[in-house]
Design a protein around this ligand. Structure first.
Ligand code: DAH
Length: 344
């Protein structure tokens, strides 16, 4: 009986000292396991006199139950303790400053391109893109610029072979659209894209830049339609107070041809260094599509006509945002690009 009491004291102490579930499990094995101390007591029963056996057996059983119970209770305590420890360790410190994710923004040329597309889509135009590599026929011949034409020299370009080159103007897309559409009417498209020319790179020139071509072909389209369209565009781009004016010009693919100016955004028409004192700033070339161009594409110039224009996207962006050097667009300086987030 004394031995039972010793084991009881030890077992209870051992269980209450267990600080983890695994220590508790060690205690369980030590006292309740098959080779444990309580089991060993049971074996000793054999050597006892018969009359002592029942009392001893009952006491060992009682001990076994008692130890089982305290182990169970301690187990619940320890589980709770371990859970709390885990929660404590996983606690998120919400006072820590978060990591900054830098969100990019659209490039200014993309912003202007999309603005132009949006305003023309609003007028019922379709947006059509073409290939950067075109052949001589679509870049020049169909634009009424034959092989010996001096206008070729102005756009003397980047040839891949004598037949294929990087398009020098989006007018090449215009020619492809005309041919694909003929003889359907009307055509109303804008064609944005990169263009390439052998050109000196300076503050206002680049060997690669962007244009957007406009083309409308229907019955009885007049220069007044062109003017109304371009005035609408200028007002949307530069402000409702702006006006445009036409100056006579020359392009092989239009007749008559015009150069289009918009009220200077710096002096609002009074005259300043930016507009060289004229009050006007040139923004694009345009005109009535030349009958030869229509004929080559499969249209009858007696039955339809139309207008075309080609606007430089860099030029619009430079005027709109007051950018003084075209090269800023291409150097990918994040400090430059970041400034256009608010215009998206
Ligand atoms: N293709 C001309 C250029 O690159 C721009 C242009 C002028 C396009 C007049 C046109 C137009 O469609 O009618 O300089």
């Amino acid at each position: 009986m004394e031995q039972i009491n010793t084991i009881r004291t030890q077992a209870l102490e051992c269980v209450s000292k267990a600080q983890t579930l695994s220590e508790l499990n060690d205690a369980r094995v030590r006292y309740l396991g098959k080779k444990g101390e309580i089991q060993a007591l049971m074996k000793e029963m054999k050597s006892l006199p018969k009359e002592e056996k029942p009392a001893f057996g009952a006491a060992v059983n009682e001990l076994k139950q008692e130890v089982s119970q305290v182990i169970e209770e301690r187990k619940i305590e320890l589980e709770e303790l371990e859970m709390n420890k885990k929660i404590e360790n996983e606690k998120i410190d919400i006072s820590l400053p978060g990591r900054q994710f830098k969100l990019g923004n659209k490039h200014p040329l993309r912003i202007v391109q999309e603005e132009l597309e949006d305003l023309f889509v609003g007028l019922g135009y379709q947006v059509i893109e073409g290939n950067d590599i075109v052949n001589d026929e679509y870049c020049f011949e169909r634009a009424n610029i034959p092989k010996d034409h001096p206008a070729r020299a102005m756009q003397d370009s980047l040839y891949i072979d004598p037949e294929w080159l990087l398009r020098t103007h989006t007018t090449a897309i215009q020619m492809a659209v005309l041919e694909e559409s003929a003889p359907k009417l009307p055509i109303k498209v804008v064609c944005p894209g990169k263009v390439y020319r052998r050109d000196d790179d300076d503050a206002t020139h680049s060997h690669q830049f962007m244009q957007m071509e406009g083309l409308v072909i229907a019955e009885k389209v007049t220069l007044a339609d062109l003017k109304g369209t371009l005035e609408f565009m200028a007002k949307k781009l530069f402000g409702e107070d702006k006006k445009i004016r036409f100056r006579p010009s020359y392009f092989p693919f239009t007749e008559p041809s015009v150069e289009v100016d918009v009220t200077c955004h710096i002096c609002n028409g009074k005259g300043c260094p930016t507009c060289k004192g004229t009050g006007w700033i040139e923004i694009l070339g345009a005109g009535e599509v030349h009958p030869n161009v229509l004929k080559m594409a499969g249209y009858d110039p007696e039955k339809c006509n139309g207008f075309a224009f080609g606007v430089g996207i860099e030029r619009v962006a430079m005027l709109k945002y007051g950018i003084d050097d075209i090269r800023h667009f291409y150097t990918n300086d994040q400090r430059f690009n970041d400034q256009f987030k608010r215009y998206e």
